[in-house]
Unconditional design. Structure first.
Length: 399
């Protein structure tokens, strides 16, 4: 796709904001069809599927924020003139065509597309079948906004593929794809990595950990755990595992207090053998696989550690590399934890729920990357470009 000037891209975004506002009833009606057909047994997936007026307002706000951001394309990274007179400039450039595969959330159809388009990328959207009606109307809104400004509908395209068709599409894409971003669980990520023939950027599972050090402020600790676990169970930044230092003062009393607080909020608890000696009525961990599991439910595992080294080792072994937090009043201990834990975001005395583009000052996000190439953490507008070298000579040859 050709390079577009910033003003035409922003005009498309303004049109899209107007269209979303105008088509509220149509969008809500389409979403209701999806909700009526959905099996509500999967509460986390159902929560992600819901579109209401507040969610539409959020879509419009996301576009408005991206519109206000500086165009990330063509920005100079470096500029050198060598002794030979050769001039070498490195600038940001679009990826080209990005494909995103995601489940349930219709708002991704807005956020992924607005980011890709503003960064001058074409985007192929592979949403889940459970959100088909919602995604179809949102795609039509995008196409109306593009055509209103004289641009091809091919900039933003919703793919209608079954699982077998998706597998074939990944192996033999009918057009060049430069980057694929799978947003989902382990099975989806493995499926894409097994079949894709281009670069895949991993937006991994959560399975986030929180370590309570022996000197932790208990009032802060309870507050943070409750927020991280219960604020939004469907978020990939929700808390799944709590590791408590066995040397914390009043260890047994604090475990029981935490149990009482979480039970009052209808959080199901799992415990390891050591914590189970105190919280005797709670279910015990049955196998090692539980440690790797992202719950996406009102469910929390509580375990004991002897010190921060054991906690760090456990987090690096089992977590999804998404977010991890330490509760401590010791800044040097916090620094050690944050430096040694291998996660995209590490926290000191704060909830993991802040791992989000909007909360971290990035704005709308394509995904939370747990990969290390080319970016880790929220993938915002600035992260949806690659780079290109411009080399200027005057008959230069290498000798």
């Amino acid at each position: 796709m050709k390079l577009l000037k910033t003003d035409i891209k922003n005009k498309v975004l303004q049109s899209m904001m107007n269209i979303l506002d105008r088509e509220r009833k149509t969008i809500l009606k389409a979403n209701q069809k999806d909700l009526d057909a959905f099996d509500k047994n999967d509460q986390a997936l159902y929560d992600r599927l819901v579109v209401d007026d507040s969610k539409i307002d959020g879509m419009i706000t996301a576009i408005k924020e991206v519109k206000a951001q500086e165009d990330p394309v063509g920005k100079e990274i470096s500029d050198l003139t060598l002794d030979s007179g050769l001039k070498i400039t490195n600038k940001t450039a679009p990826f080209g065509t990005i494909m995103i595969i995601y489940e349930s959330r219709p708002d991704v159809t807005i956020e992924a597309a607005v980011l890709a388009f503003k960064a001058n990328n074409k985007i192929l959207l592979k949403g889940g079948k459970e959100a088909l009606n919602s995604n179809l109307i949102l795609e039509k809104c995008w196409h109306d906004a593009l055509e209103e400004n004289g641009l091809s509908k091919d900039w933003i395209k919703l793919l209608h593929l079954q699982r077998e068709e998706t597998q074939e599409f990944l192996k033999n894409p009918p057009e060049k794809i430069d980057l694929i971003v799978p947003r989902g669980g382990e099975r989806l990520i493995k499926f894409v990595k097994d079949h894709a023939t281009c670069a895949v950027l991993i937006s991994g599972r959560g399975n986030n950990f929180l370590y309570v050090a022996k000197d932790a402020d208990w009032e802060k600790t309870v507050k943070v755990i409750v927020n991280a676990k219960t604020d939004k169970i469907s978020g990939c930044n929700a808390l799944d595992k709590v590791l408590i230092d066995k040397n914390i003062p009043n260890y047994e009393a604090k475990l029981k207090e935490l149990q009482t607080v979480l039970h009052s909020l209808n959080v199901e608890l799992l415990v390891d053998r050591k914590v189970g000696k105190v919280l005797t009525e709670e279910a015990k961990i049955e196998n090692d696989e539980t440690w790797y599991e992202e719950f996406l439910a009102m469910k929390l595992l509580i375990a004991e550690t002897k010190d921060e080294d054991q906690a760090i080792d456990m987090i690096n072994t089992y977590s999804g590399g998404h977010s991890a937090s330490i509760l401590t009043e010791d800044k040097s201990l916090a620094q050690k934890f944050m430096e040694q834990v291998d996660s995209a975001a590490v926290y000191h005395n704060a909830s993991t729920r802040f791992t989000d583009g909007g909360q971290m000052g990035v704005g709308a996000e394509l995904a939370i990357s747990t990969d290390k190439l080319h970016h880790r953490g929220p993938l915002g507008l600035k992260q949806l470009v690659t780079n290109k070298y411009y080399v200027f000579g005057d008959g230069h040859v290498r000798v």
